[in-house]
Design a protein around this ligand. Structure first.
Ligand SMILES: CC(=O)SCCNC(=O)CCNC(=O)[C@H](O)C(C)(C)COP(=O)(O)OP(=O)(O)OC[C@H]1O[C@@H](n2cnc3c(N)ncnc32)[C@H](O)[C@@H]1OP(=O)(O)O
Ligand SMILES: CC(=O)C(=O)O
Length: 505
């Protein structure tokens, strides 16, 4: 059965407190959603502001394949605002629970019903596709809900949607609820919120019951605890309702439920949305979190090395992610051997056990060992010394409340002095910009992640910086711990760069 995807990252997702995307950021996300096969993009809520209308217009003028929708209340001005943006459709929302009708709208049911139908007719008369949506549907009287939907269908709305606005469903109730609504003569859509952490399960329940479209957001962002997450639903539909663990890209059409989504782009889409919205992903987020395919425990790493299926429900490459073996307290010998092999380090049995003991000791101190830490430990044990290609000679920062943060940097690269300067959003950014310029002749190293932690809490704390750097396909993590955030950042960056450049040579 074909299931349509309405992605509302740019509307409900943007309603996450604190998020406000610029028009160009919205366009980048919309373009990505279109590329990965989203059928309907809810680009925003046109009535919201002048800026919102500008963003939606930029998206509608892009000629994307997806249907572009605007949220609209059941009022003429909202539909007019949507029309001004040249959208294809409106997600026309009307509250249906007594609670919302009496306390929020302060209207009677009859008034709400005629408001919904009038607004639907108005939108249809102006050439829009209408998805008539019931807000707080799951706390509404079924009789009234059906009445609104049936009257909507009678005047020509193309789709209906029932929203679990405050996440009150359970998977069982969801199945029953959407089963009942699936008897209405129109494609049925499900919109679930995650207040009890059940948005994805409830969405799947609704699809099992006959919903043929679901609403979702990338990374599950949205009001309060968020919405049902695109990546979790897609992977569940393709694998759990298909060939399970044996699912491969070639099996795209083998699942009971088929979507147009390119599953291999889910991780890159998640990263894009996380970066542009500034909503940092919890590491244990299913499918796309940094730990979703990371293994520290020795028993797990050993199992995964022998056969990944032992501790991975799907291979990470399926969603464009990567497997990682983390080095900490719980590491075992196989996991460590794997990481040393990846770094190209060969050790005798005795040397290996010495490296292993040192990693365990750091783990006991609460440390997580980065690739560069492991390399340093191994070189120490193996009594190897490698010359660093890029050495930091000087870094100077100018920063304050009345200047653009500026950094000048002196590097020694293969005994050649390099002087560079850079400006940035803050002093750390300026320093990294300057370093990046300094090494640009040798390598284009991308900073993929930057984490900073004040270890001892106060303003005089030791600063622990961990960076993740990419050079082509090669990704490396590196750290520096120092009292000064600029020095720690530059040192962590350069130690990662040196490690990456060793591989190039
Ligand atoms: C569950 C959801 O996600 S709903 C979507 C939430 N999204 C938004 O709120 C988008 C951003 N919102 C905004 O920019 C503003 O709230 C606007 C422009 C929509 C409205 O602003 P204002 O006119 O100042 O109204 P305000 O936001 O204070 O109150 C909302 C009004 O809409 C009414 N309303 C709420 N939902 C609906 C609806 N679906 N249909 C018709 N009217 C509605 C409320 O009753 C209230 O009207 P009232 O003051 O006459 O009682
Ligand atoms: C419409 C909507 O976003 C909701 O009811 O949750």
């Amino acid at each position: 059965m074909k299931i349509k995807v309405l992605d509302t990252t740019l509307r409900d997702g943007e309603q996450t407190p604190g998020i406000s995307l610029t028009a160009s950021e919205k366009l980048r996300i919309a373009t990505k959603l279109d590329e990965i096969g989203v059928n309907i993009i809810e680009a925003g809520s046109a009535i919201t502001s002048h800026g919102e209308r500008k963003s939606i217009k930029e998206i509608t003028s892009e000629g994307l394949n997806a249907e572009i929708a605007s949220f609209a209340r059941a009022v003429k001005i909202d539909v007019d605002a949507a029309l001004e943006c040249d959208v294809d459709s409106v997600h026309l929302v009307v509250p249906t629970s007594n609670l919302h009708i009496e306390h929020k709208l302060k209207k009677s049911k009859e008034e709400v019903l005629s408001q919904a139908i009038d607004a639907s007719e108005y939108a249809l008369d102006h050439g829009l596709i209408v998805e008539l949506s019931a807000e707080d549907a799951t706390r509404s009287e079924m009789k009234f809900l059906k009445e609104i939907f049936n009257q909507g269908v009678d005047v020509g709305v193309q789709r209906i949607c029932a929203c679990d606005t405050v996440g009150m469903l359970t998977p069982e109730k969801s199945f029953e609820f959407y089963k009942e609504l699936s008897t209405i003569n129109a494609p049925l859509s499900v919109h679930c919120h995650n207040d009890f952490g059940l948005a994805v399960a409830n969405t799947l329940g609704a699809i099992r019951a006959g919903a043929t479209e679901f609403h979702c957001t990338v990374n599950g962002i949205g009001e309060r605890a968020g919405n049902a997450s695109l990546e979790e639903i897609i992977v569940s539909l393709k694998t759990l309702y298909g060939k399970g663990q044996n699912y491969t890209i070639e099996d795209n059409d083998s699942s009971i439920y088929k979507t147009d989504i390119n599953i291999q782009e889910l991780y890159s889409t998640s990263k894009l949305v996380s970066r542009l919205t500034g909503v940092y992903l919890q590491p244990n987020k299913a499918i796309v979190g940094e730990n979703a395919f990371a293994h520290e425990s020795g028993i797990h790493a050993d199992g995964v090395i022998k056969n990944a299926a032992t501790y991975e429900p799907i291979v990470p490459e399926l969603v464009g992610h990567k497997r990682k073996f983390i080095m900490g307290k719980h590491i075992g010998t196989k996991g460590l051997k794997n990481n040393l092999d990846e770094l190209g380090i060969k050790a005798s049995d005795e040397q290996f056990m010495e490296i292993f003991d040192k990693v365990k000791a750091l783990g006991d101190m609460g440390k997580c060992v980065t690739d560069v830490d492991l390399q340093a430990i191994a070189y120490n044990v193996l009594e190897l010394k490698r010359e660093q290609k890029v050495k930091l000679e000087e870094v100077t920062i100018v920063s304050g409340n009345k200047v653009i943060p500026t950094a000048s940097i002196k590097l020694k690269i293969d005994d050649k002095d390099i002087l560079e300067a850079g400006v940035g959003i803050g002093p750390v950014d300026a320093a990294i910009v300057a370093v990046k310029k300094g090494i640009s002749e040798f390598a284009d190293v991308e900073l993929e992640e930057y984490h900073v932690d004040a270890i001892t809490g106060g303003t005089d704390a030791l600063i622990d910086v961990i960076v993740k750097l990419r050079l082509g396909d090669k990704i490396i993590s590196a750290r520096s711990t120092q009292p000064d955030i600029i020095n720690a950042s530059v040192e962590a960056y350069l130690s990662g760069v040196n490690r990456l450049l060793e591989d190039v040579e």
